[in-house]
Design a protein around this ligand. Structure first.
Ligand code: B1M
Length: 207
């Protein structure tokens, strides 16, 4: 099946082949949502345990990540989420010490495709960088991403510092180790399990 082949090509780090298969999948009317979740994210779910068990090493995982990014970039214009257009501003970054950006970029793309003005400030962003970007872009919502248990404290610090400044902005948090409970504990306004849910929560928050 074509989704399985997409997953295999991403795992092998073959971005061009993955994109060619994505085109085939779209011609076969497979939804963009299924291509992203089963093909692209599915690949990362295979890669993660292999990385943890030492079966795959960082350079190989990076090649998978790049192949996945190629797929996402191709799919970006098709990542529409309904016809409702929101006029909100959304700023997103990965917290200090954390270099993971695939999920964050997916969230940014989905938010942009759903009518939000998006400011993606990148990876390894300190609280100061978030504060400067908030000052500059005046977003309605700030999204913080963390993929490592070791960078969750940085997420907590950034939320604290934004709150201490008394800035009127909603704070959304997400990333594999983050939970609803942790989001509540650090005083975030919402926990976003995935990109699609981030769009739903943002629209509800700004309605
Ligand atoms: Co890393 N890594 N990694 N890694 N990596 C994980 C996260 C890990 C679970 C793998 C494992 O061991 N099983 C593990 C973390 C363990 C832990 O802390 N509990 C890990 C580790 C240990 C590491 C290193 C320490 C490895 C090393 O060097 N020894 C190192 C750390 C570097 C650093 O950050 N300082 C490292 C490095 C890397 C690479 C650079 C090789 C590469 C990243 C490349 C890149 O991002 N450009 C990488 C990758 C690719 C992964 C895995 C395999 C895949 C992550 C991913 O992209 N998933 C990952 C294992 C896994 O998760 N299966 C792993 C797909 C993505 C779409 O999902 O990011 O969860 P995700 O995003 C989702 C949601 O979480 C949510 O929406 C997204 C889309 O639906 N979401 C948000 C995310 N952010 C959000 C923000 C929001 C809202 C929703 O704001 C509102």
């Amino acid at each position: 099946m074509v989704l399985t082949k997409i997953r295999e090509m991403v795992i092998e780090g073959e971005g061009e082949e993955a994109v060619a298969l994505i085109k085939q999948a779209m011609q076969a009317n497979i939804s963009v949502r299924d291509i992203v979740s089963e093909g692209l994210i599915g690949a990362m779910n295979v890669v993660g345990p292999k990385m943890a068990s030492g079966e795959m090493f960082v350079p190989e995982v990076l090649m998978c990540a790049e192949a996945m990014q190629e797929g996402l970039v191709y799919l970006k214009p098709f990542l529409k989420d309904g016809d409702v257009v929101s006029s909100g501003k959304f700023l997103i970054g990965t917290v200090k010490g954390d270099l993971h950006d695939i999920g964050k970029n997916l969230v940014a793309m989905m938010m942009e495709s759903s009518g939000f003005e998006v400011f993606n400030i990148g990876i390894d962003q300190s609280t100061e960088a978030f504060l400067e970007a908030i000052e500059q872009h005046k977003p309605d919502i700030v999204g913080l991403s963390a993929l490592l248990t070791t960078t969750m404290p940085a997420m907590r610090d950034t939320v604290n510092d934004i709150r201490e400044k008394g800035i009127a902005v909603k704070i959304f948090v997400g990333g594999a180790p983050v939970s609803e409970e942790f989001a509540k504990e650090i005083g975030a306004d919402a926990y976003c399990p995935d990109a699609a849910e981030t769009v739903v929560l943002a629209k509800a928050m700004l309605a």
